[in-house]
Ligand binder design. Structure first.
Ligand code: ZN
Length: 372
């Protein structure tokens, strides 16, 4: 069996203005039994169209290949999947991993009271609302690329899927995607703030800042219920020998808790070997809680103590993310927090070839004022 002897992860910056997205390229070095070496490439999310082209160029001119073994779309929002259409059209892709929520139209219908709906109308509504994801499925079909569902337990290259599991996805997530028909109250009566409201609430005036220091954390213990599209994000656990990598998409508190539970059941303590992770939802504040971070990174450390964890926030050029309150929470637990705001991408590697023109980026320090 091939063993992995090196890996690198490139977080590309998505977005010129304030709207962030994810575009992540991964390359790993394999050695077979007769000690022959080769590389494999994988892509997780594609950002917008421009980021998709940047990913294609990165794979061609930095990784020097046309072949991408796995393409993963974490969830159907356009800031994560639009660019993947460029990747699927321009590169030689082995497998596309994405959820196809429209395949569950009949399950959703079973929960809806309104008699005007049919499986067909619900499927159409989902495909229309999630048109960028629908387009991915279409391009994969046109190009003969197999599409597989990334549910808990699936292996994707050196990664395995921690969340979501299929039952949760079908029962609790898709029926509550935005603009789904109203759900029978007996089946569930959750209310969801949409992204616009959350962002609106976060526009800061000078009076909206509060003080923090190393031991005074203001990150809320209970997160606001997030959008279910975000909670449906594929959470990936990468196994690169002694190094572990956690990619989170736009996952929120319940998905992250479920992912941590999956690790616990498998007797894996993320605090032991985690080397690289992502700030979920570009460092948005309604994703992680102190409890989640304690489980992922360990408790708050002494100010001088650093762990080996690098935590990356994929944000746009003029983004207000990562939220300072979130970045501080990672920093307190020893992580070195980096963002893509001031650079074209953030590169993390172990036992991979050198590159020209790479500058070292200092991690963010602790902010003494954070969003109220
Ligand atoms: Zn996003």
């Amino acid at each position: 069996m091939d063993s992995i002897i090196g890996y690198e992860v490139d977080f590309l910056r998505v977005g010129e203005n304030s709207k962030s997205g994810d575009a992540i390229a991964i390359r790993y070095r394999l050695r077979d039994a007769s000690r022959r070496e080769r590389y494999e490439v994988m892509i997780v999310d594609g950002g917008d169209q421009k980021a998709g082209q940047a990913l294609v160029d990165h794979v061609r001119y930095v990784y020097k290949t046309e072949r991408v073994e796995h393409v993963v779309n974490t969830h159907p929002d356009a800031d994560h999947c639009a660019g993947l259409s460029v990747v699927l059209q321009e590169l030689d892709v082995g497998t596309l991993w994405m959820h196809q929520p429209w395949n569950y139209a009949a399950d959703i219908l079973a929960r809806v009271l309104d008699g005007r709906h049919t499986p067909n109308s619900i499927e159409k509504r989902l495909r229309g609302k999630l048109s960028a994801a629908d387009r991915l499925e279409q391009i994969a079909e046109e190009n003969g690329i197999p599409v597989r569902s990334p549910y808990r337990g699936e292996r994707i290259g050196p990664f395995w899927v921690l969340s979501p599991d299929e039952d949760w996805y079908v029962d609790e997530l898709v029926p509550y995607f935005k603009d789904m028909p109203e759900i029978d109250e007996d089946e569930g009566d959750q209310e969801h703030l949409d992204e616009g409201q959350l962002w609106g609430k976060n526009v800061k005036s000078a009076a909206d800042w509060v003080s923090e220091d190393w031991y005074n954390e203001t990150l809320p213990a209970v997160a606001v219920e997030p959008r279910m599209e975000n909670e449906s994000s594929v959470i990936l656990w990468g196994d690169f020998n002694e190094d572990k990598v956690l990619l989170t998409g736009d996952a929120g508190p319940e998905a992250l808790t479920r992912a941590l539970d999956t690790l616990t059941v498998s007797r894996i303590n993320p605090c032991t070997n985690l080397k690289l992770t992502q700030l979920p939802h570009h460092g948005g504040r309604h994703t992680v809680t102190p409890t989640i971070l304690d489980r992922l990174l360990g408790p708050i450390r002494a100010p001088t103590s650093r762990s080996n964890v690098c935590a990356v926030a994929c944000v746009a050029k003029e983004s207000e993310r990562p939220r300072r309150v979130v970045a501080n929470a990672y920093t307190r637990r020893g992580a070195r927090v980096h963002t893509t705001r001031d650079c074209r991408g953030f590169w993390y590697r172990r036992d991979m070839p050198e590159r020209q023109n790479v500058s070292v980026q200092n991690p963010l320090g602790l902010f003494d004022k954070v969003e109220a």
